[in-house]
Write a protein that binds this ligand. Structure first.
Ligand code: ZN
Length: 130
């Protein structure tokens, strides 16, 4: 496995925020997944006038990765325009636990000056599994 640079991954997550479609919340979130062989997949949150159809950046990113056959997710960075490292919602934690169970998770604030590093188990202990 190649070494995954935390700061580079967070930088990409921050750049992914620029494509966020957030006319309602005005809360852009960006994410970047890295596969074990170093490929990166970007994603951002996509809202909808029917609010419940909104999809968070973490899920857009992981679904995009899986849909492209990139399932060996080694790391996932998430960034948002907040002072402290962003906290993924419960739904995303569940999806991360299933689609990227061994990933290292990097949670960042708005400029990458504060990055929280976590395991998936720390992010969602006792996750639901069939
Ligand atoms: Zn979420």
């Amino acid at each position: 496995m190649i070494e995954i640079n935390k700061k580079e991954l967070v930088k990409k997550a921050l750049s992914a925020m620029e494509n966020a479609y957030v006319p309602y919340s005005k809360f852009p979130v960006g994410a970047c997944a890295a596969t074990a062989d170093g490929e990166t997949i970007l994603g951002c949150n996509i809202e909808n006038a029917s609010y419940g159809l909104t999809v968070c950046a973490e899920r857009v990113t992981l679904f995009k990765a899986y849909s492209e056959g990139k399932k060996d997710i080694a790391a996932l960075a998430v960034a948002a325009n907040v002072d402290e490292p962003v906290s993924p919602c419960g739904a995303c934690r569940q999806v991360i636990a299933e689609l990227a169970p061994s990933a290292i998770i990097y949670l960042s604030n708005r400029d990458g000056s504060k990055i929280k590093t976590m395991t998936v188990e720390e992010l969602l202990p006792y996750a639901f599994r069939l």
